[in-house]
Design a protein. Structure first.
Length: 570
């Protein structure tokens, strides 16, 4: 009887009509160069979707298909499966043990055609392998659930209450970056090192933007800022405060001995295929040093104007002004309202080899390819104002100034815009019209501002309702007041495991975009009041933050409660 020939993955996909032969040849060439799985290459090149790949495999090989959403990737408990196959091996090879019956082990596998992997698995476990096929994304989710990632922090914190007081100084870390990939397997390491690693990893996994570590008289408080709101997590024993701070300082290359003065630093975290920047700030409090870690996850930042949350009409106006050859464009809003992200999205859209773009920032949060970025360093005299003067000798087309903080910076921005450059910057004001009055108040002359100011955009970040659990309801008349909604039913937050019972997941932008109409320019020239400028801006079509938020409610993107808490109708 002739030996049965198993089709290769590429052959199956071509036969199913999911991939063209020439695309497959291209992927095979890349596989030879990079050594990556053929299926992952095809997905990365957007030639096929993950679900299509595994469904085709399931159909052709008559192997069951299992999905995370349907609860089919839940390993049996009390069978010792986590000891049979380690976490590291499971992640590296994209496999998940599901159940064991006598000498047969059922495993979810991303690539069931990898006969070498299955053979190695057979030798490792001493079992015959019964494969089911699943997507890479689903397998990784299920691996993290099964191997207890969510319980890591609780377990690590519990361990700290059984530890005797430790020395403040812990071992020096020779590497410049911190690798979290081997986290679970590092049980033998110092508990403080393990605890800090877990705190950082969980914060990144939960999309936190900041970690606050705060000492009080009898306890430590650790909080994550997620979608703009602080949430407390289980905290370790009080006597571990100094070792935790020391560990963070060592990684950030800060002075461990200095506890009386604020310090700033940072380090890089490697997590699977992501690189995350952490900015560290310490301040002395009466109970010890407080540390805030700002998490800058480049992979999680959307640098696409279409996806930020602007309404179509607002985006049309905004895109028109950012393509002007010269002028001043201002973004306003409080700290943490997403101004920097919007500016980066603008630069990402308008950059080209034909344009020389220079930025001066404090700090440089994300590195953009093809753009010259400069970090403010006041201690050596490199301020916004000084940098701007030097920029003009660098033959720029577009300049980004992190913030207009004083008259000198403001005047330099306006004069740069007047002399043929497009200048982008930010201000800390509550709305768009107040940006004009702020510039006039700090001393910018109206005759300079009128011909240069192109547009002011005010923005806030609004929490989005969790798509998994949001529920529709009909609001009561007393809840609406005088508000008139286009739809009778709107949505409100409910809470589920997917959103940590908050009812919200992710954020979107609400904005008011105020282009410089001739009537507004005339008011600026006459130094009219804020109220007058705002009234005219609304007359010529500017939607307020509140109105923009209400449209998000009508579309089911956010809740009425969230809009009312974030925006203010003036």
């Amino acid at each position: 009887m002739p030996e049965r020939r198993y089709l290769k993955l590429g052959e199956i996909l071509v036969r199913e009509g999911l991939v063209m032969q020439e695309d497959l040849d291209k992927a095979i060439l890349l596989q030879r160069q990079e050594g990556e799985r053929i299926g992952e290459i095809l997905i990365r090149l957007s030639l096929i979707k993950e679900e299509q790949l595994v469904f085709a495999l399931s159909k052709q090989l008559s192997i069951p298909f299992a999905s995370y959403g349907r609860g089919l990737l839940r390993p049996a408990v009390d069978q010792g499966l986590e000891e049979l196959i380690s976490y590291e091996y499971a992640v590296e090879n994209l496999i998940l043990p599901l159940s064991r019956t006598l000498n047969s082990l059922t495993c979810a596998i991303f690539d069931p055609l990898d006969v070498i992997l299955i053979d190695n698995l057979r030798k490792l476990t001493g079992c015959e392998i019964n494969p089911v096929v699943a997507t890479k994304t689903d397998i990784l989710k299920a691996i993290e659930d099964f191997y207890g990632k969510k319980d890591l922090l609780k377990e690590a914190v519990k361990e700290t209450y059984g530890i005797a007081e430790v020395e403040e100084v812990i071992e020096e870390i020779p590497e410049e970056t911190l690798s979290l990939d081997r986290l679970i397997a590092r049980a033998e390491e110092a508990p403080v090192v393990k605890l800090v690693d877990i705190i950082i990893r969980q914060a990144i996994d939960e999309r936190a933007s900041d970690i606050h570590i705060e000492p009080f008289k009898e306890r430590i408080c650790i909080r994550y800022r997620i979608d703009g709101k602080l949430r407390e997590i289980p905290s370790p024993a009080r006597h571990l405060h100094l070792p935790i701070i020391s560990r963070i300082k060592i990684l950030s290359k800060l002075d461990i001995a200095e506890k009386r003065l604020p310090q700033d630093g940072g380090f890089i975290v490697k997590l699977e295929d992501r690189v995350v920047d952490l900015r560290i700030s310490t301040i002395p409090t009466i109970y010890g040093e407080k540390v805030v870690l700002r998490i800058l996850d480049r992979s999680a930042v959307i640098l696409d104007l279409n996806q930020l949350g602007f309404e179509p009409e607002q985006l049309q106006i905004f895109r028109k002004v950012i393509t002007c050859a010269y002028g001043l464009v201002l973004l306003t809003g409080p700290t943490g309202s997403g101004k920097t992200t919007t500016l980066y999205a603008v630069l990402n859209e308008i950059k080209s080899p034909q344009k020389n773009i220079i930025t001066i920032e404090d700090p440089v949060e994300y590195r953009l390819e093809g753009i010259n970025q400069v970090q403010v360093r006041p201690e050596i005299g490199l301020s916004f104002a000084n940098a701007l003067r030097s920029f003009l000798r660098q033959d720029p087309d577009i300049m980004l100034v992190g913030e207009v903080r004083d008259l000198e910076t403001g005047e330099n921005c306006v004069r740069s815009a007047l002399t043929g450059h497009l200048v982008l910057s930010t201000l800390h004001t509550n709305d768009a019209p107040s940006a004009v009055t702020r510039l006039l108040e700090i001393g910018i002359e109206p005759y300079l501002l009128t011909p240069t100011l192109l547009c002011v955009v005010a923005q806030r970040l609004l929490r989005k309702l969790c798509e998994n659990c949001k529920e529709a309801y009909e609001p009561k008349p007393e809840e609406l007041g005088e508000l008139k909604l286009k739809s009778e039913l709107i949505y409100r937050a409910k809470g589920c495991p997917e959103c940590n019972q908050t009812g919200y997941k992710g954020r979107t932008l609400v904005a008011e975009v105020m282009p410089m109409d001739e009537r507004i320019k005339e008011l600026i020239a006459r130094q009219a009041s804020y109220t007058k400028i705002r009234d005219v801006a609304k007359e010529v079509g500017m939607s307020t933050l509140y109105e923009s938020g209400i449209r998000k409610v009508e579309k089911g993107i956010s809740s009425l409660e969230e809009v009312l808490s974030v925006t203010l109708e003036v």
